[in-house]
Design a protein around this ligand. Structure first.
Ligand SMILES: [Zn+2]
Length: 186
């Protein structure tokens, strides 16, 4: 998946984190599904029967997964199960960013204490230590949050999303090929 990366971190533009995706449309759909999760768009509409991307009235193939709609069909709402997959992706990533930021703040607090207790001369001045706490806390929270943990979280979240989607596809295929009362056929 070679998309011209702009160097901005994965969460914003996506796809530049070096994660090989088997279903590239999942990343395309992520912001759309988040809009739906945040209720910024109406729940009803015309959606691809394969990937549940929102379609324009005259689309004949899906702009996300490329499915031919005459074969894949369309649905009027995104299944909750599918929305959950995208929610999980967002939550995993957010948890990592938050955890990383907390770690950065903890390091700044430790530096603050070290300076106050052992800092020689001007370094031991509470004002300097306080500046380290505030400025350093901000920088370290940014560094360990979005920049470091955010990258790890993004990759993990993408992998998890892919697993969940694969499981969903299998369940859906099973439900479609096994009509009720016909389980014993060879
Ligand atoms: Zn589609």
């Amino acid at each position: 998946m070679e998309r011209s990366g702009t160097g901005t971190h994965g969460a914003a533009l996506g796809g530049s984190g070096g994660v090989e995706e088997r279903y590239p449309y999942l990343e395309l759909l992520q912001p759309k599904m988040e809009e739906r999760l945040d209720r910024k768009v109406p729940p009803a509409g015309r959606f691809c029967g394969h990937c549940y991307g929102r379609l324009r009235p005259d689309d004949e193939s899906c702009p996300y997964c490329g499915a031919v709609l005459a074969e894949a069909g369309t649905v009027s709402e995104i299944p909750q199960e599918v929305l959950q997959i995208y929610l999980t992706k967002r939550r995993i990533e957010a948890r990592w960013v938050h955890g990383g930021a907390m770690f950065g703040l903890a390091i700044a607090s430790l530096l603050f204490l070290l300076l106050v207790i052992w800092g020689p001369g001007l370094l031991g001045h509470p004002g300097v230590a306080f500046a380290v706490l505030i400025g350093g806390g901000y920088l370290l929270a940014q560094l360990f949050g979005p920049l470091i943990a955010g990258q790890i979280g993004y990759q993990r979240a993408v992998r998890r999303r892919e697993e969940l989607w694969e499981e969903f596809l299998q369940r859906r295929a099973g439900a479609r090929t096994a009509p009720p009362g016909d389980s014993a056929s060879p």
